[in-house]
Design a protein around this ligand. Structure first.
Ligand code: CP
Length: 311
């Protein structure tokens, strides 16, 4: 029997039920173990993944491509799609979708416009996975974040999780907050007031029974938090360099900040970091962000295998 995710798109983390999310995490753990044993897998042999990225990426694109290779499949890839694909000649997302669907069995797209993944999926007759649509969502990052938190803390229920940084424009925190609403968690949103989590999302979370606190005081939040999810102030989302400079460096985690935080706090970051986590944190056992990025391969293997009906 194939999984309910076979043939499905993943545009928002809200597209997945809690049992479906748990299935992805369970499958990811199995793939992690099989890779650790040195197994070679052929589950996606004969299948092709297209990765099309209109915005820069290291982790998402390469971990999806690594995942497909690990499953025995093949990839076709367009990095810098804004200038190197026929989008530069004016081709629409819809026409691009028809072409990509003719060449691949599953498409992973990153694009600067909110709603672009939905537009691609509506015009493509193969599964489309959203690898980030502007300030909208990044659902596969949320899956690997959940996987990492479970791994680091032993479960999700009962945790207090602080999300720190540009919560207004941060697609990773939008998806992760929605995903965590399936569990019994408390969320502390730490940002300057101008970069607060969108009010509509806060309302939705509270309607679902999530306890939400909003503050600009990072150290006070970290004194209570089991997990600190730090995010970058994203230069590319501001209208002017001056506006970016107003917020750059507003929150910086150092080893001293971690020492003053709740004992055992796990520090996560979707990466890339700029200056918001000092390198003296890297050697602390609390620093889980590089393990988090590695987990992306296992989680994306699980997702690809499931939407392709290979498990
Ligand atoms: N976390 C993340 O999306 O990283 P990249 O921008 O490098 O893909």
């Amino acid at each position: 029997m194939t999984h309910s995710l076979k043939g499905r798109d993943l545009i928002s983390i809200a597209d997945l039920s809690k049992p479906e999310i748990q299935d992805v995490l369970t499958q990811a753990a199995q793939f992690e173990q099989r890779l650790a044993r040195g197994e070679t897998m052929h589950l996606c042999e004969g299948r092709i993944l297209a990765t099309v990225f209109y915005e820069p990426s290291t982790r998402t694109r390469l971990s999806f491509e690594s995942a497909m290779h690990r499953l025995g499949g093949r990839i076709i890839s367009v990095a810098e799609a804004r200038t190197s694909s026929s989008a530069a000649k004016g081709e629409t997302i819809e026409d691009s979708a028809r072409m990509l669907a003719a060449y691949a069995d599953v498409i992973v797209q990153r694009h600067p416009a909110v709603g672009s993944a939905r537009a691609l999926a509506d015009a493509a007759d193969v599964p489309v996975i959203n690898a980030g649509d502007g300030t909208g969502e990044h659902p596969t990052q949320a899956l690997l974040d959940l996987y990492t938190i479970e791994r680091e803390k032993g479960g999700l229920d009962g945790l207090q999780i602080a999300m720190v940084g540009d919560l207004k424009n941060g697609r990773t925190v939008h998806s992760l907050a929605k995903a965590l609403a399936h569990w019994r968690v408390t969320l502390d949103f730490v940002s300057p007031p101008e970069l607060a989590m969108p009010a509509r999302l806060v309302d939705e979370l509270q309607e679902q029974g999530v306890r939400v606190h909003q503050t600009d005081d990072m150290q006070a939040a970290l004194a209570e938090a089991d997990v600190a999810y730090i995010t970058r102030i994203q230069q590319e989302r501001f209208v002017s360099p001056d506006e970016y400079l107003r917020y750059k460096g507003v929150y910086v985690i150092t080893a001293e900040v971690v020492r003053q935080a709740k004992p055992g706090i796990v520090v996560l970051h979707p990466l890339p970091r700029v200056d918001e986590i000092a390198t003296d944190v890297d050697a602390l056992p609390n620093a889980a962000y590089f393990r988090q990025a590695r987990n992306g391969v296992y989680v994306r293997m699980a997702l690809l295998a499931m939407v392709l009906g290979a498990v």
